[in-house]
Design a protein around this ligand. Structure first.
Ligand code: ISE
Length: 353
């Protein structure tokens, strides 16, 4: 492969622009060659200050630009499939923000296209796998120092939602992260999903049931639950409590400066996901670049994108029926049998006392 990735970032919204800044200023081994957005002014704003990078309005043009040899897809999910097929055909390394695609059938088409190539080119942007506390919890689970993992309790709270954030999006846009996290922690597929809708918060927009309680079971019957609450107002929180045979582990609780002043004590609540996972995004993109330069991927694969899409489909069905809904996957192609090697290098230090 080449010495440096020359990346086309497709989509210059919040995540795309954040990745342009990250690659330009904090990542080794990659630089920005092009930024694409249907809104040219937005693409131009993203490349301002990036010498040599071009602003374009067409993904196709970017893929055919001789200066580009890698792609970071950060458009809305419904645009991913076409871009991914075109980038696979070029043989480019790809970092695709979640979701891989919006439904399991189209994600499976991507998996099949990549499996036919016989090598992994797509890394999916589940950045939580690169959070230091996530890595530490996974180590504790794998090493079995606290015995077997029995349950995972997740809290996923956002301050508010953008207009148009539907009931389905609580699953497809938000709980998709817990589906991946549970698979990452346990190393197992999810076998069923159930969704309970209770009392709504008064600030939930019309048609949105918020919060919701999602009940999840894995292949070996680890039980997990997620409180997804997207109008929590107080700030952003993604936390997990893991129950083991011989202990309890908590991750994601706000830490940082603990201040006592004027008769009060406390600290700051994290405002949003960009701040909560900023460091994880940096590690994720560096892992992608390093692995791509060696001809592989450094994190979750297209299979992980497909499996979580199938969990989301079961979750949306479960929202409508209230029933425990099975997650059905096709047989895993041999290409995805082994975890990417870079994940081994990225494991956090075991943090048992
Ligand atoms: C958003 O798209 C994200 O990916 C955030 O991590 C998540 O917390 C939020 O719920 C989603 O809407």
């Amino acid at each position: 492969m080449t010495e440096k990735l020359r990346v086309a970032v497709i989509g210059a919204g919040r995540m795309g622009a954040d990745h342009v800044d990250r690659i330009q200023h904090r990542i080794n081994g990659a630089e920005i060659a092009a930024v694409v957005d249907v809104d040219l002014a937005r693409a131009e704003a993203a490349v301002a200050g990036v010498p040599g990078a071009v602003a374009l309005t067409s993904a196709e043009e970017a893929l055919n630009n001789g200066d580009v040899n890698a792609v970071l897809v950060a458009t809305p999910g419904f645009l991913h499939e076409d871009i991914l097929h075109a980038a696979l055909a070029k043989g480019f390394p790809i970092l695709c923000e979640k979701p891989l695609t919006p439904d399991a059938a189209s994600s499976l088409r991507i998996v099949q296209a990549e499996a036919a190539l016989g090598r992994k080119l797509i890394q999916v942007g589940f950045m939580r796998r690169f959070d230091s506390e996530y890595m530490a919890l996974r180590n504790i689970i794998e090493e079995r120092g606290l015995g077997e993992l029995l349950m995972l309790h997740h809290q996923h709270r956002n301050p508010d939602t953008l207009p148009g954030f539907t009931n389905e999006m609580l699953i497809n846009d938000s709980v998709v992260h817990e589906f991946d996290a549970i698979r990452y922690f346990t190393g197992e597929e999810i076998s069923s999903v159930q969704v309970r809708m209770g009392k709504r918060t008064r600030t939930a927009p019309e048609g949105q049931n918020d919060p919701q309680h999602v009940l999840i079971e894995t292949e070996s019957s680890v039980l997990a639950d997620v409180e997804i609450y997207v109008n929590a107002k107080f700030g952003y929180e993604v936390a997990t409590q893991a129950t083991f045979e011989d202990g309890i582990v908590n991750i994601g609780n706000d830490s940082g400066p603990y201040i006592r002043t004027q008769g009060r004590w406390g600290g700051q609540v994290t405002p949003g996901f960009i701040e909560r996972f900023g460091a994880a995004y940096d590690v994720e993109i560096q892992a992608w670049v390093d692995a791509a330069l060696r001809g592989g991927i450094g994190g979750p694969s297209a299979w992980d994108g497909y499996a979580t899409a199938a969990c989301c489909e079961a979750g949306v069905k479960a929202q409508k029926t209230g029933a425990k809904t099975a997650v059905v996957l096709v047989e895993k192609p041999a290409l995805y049998a082994e975890a990417p090697t870079a994940m081994g290098e990225l494991r956090g230090a075991a943090s048992l006392p």
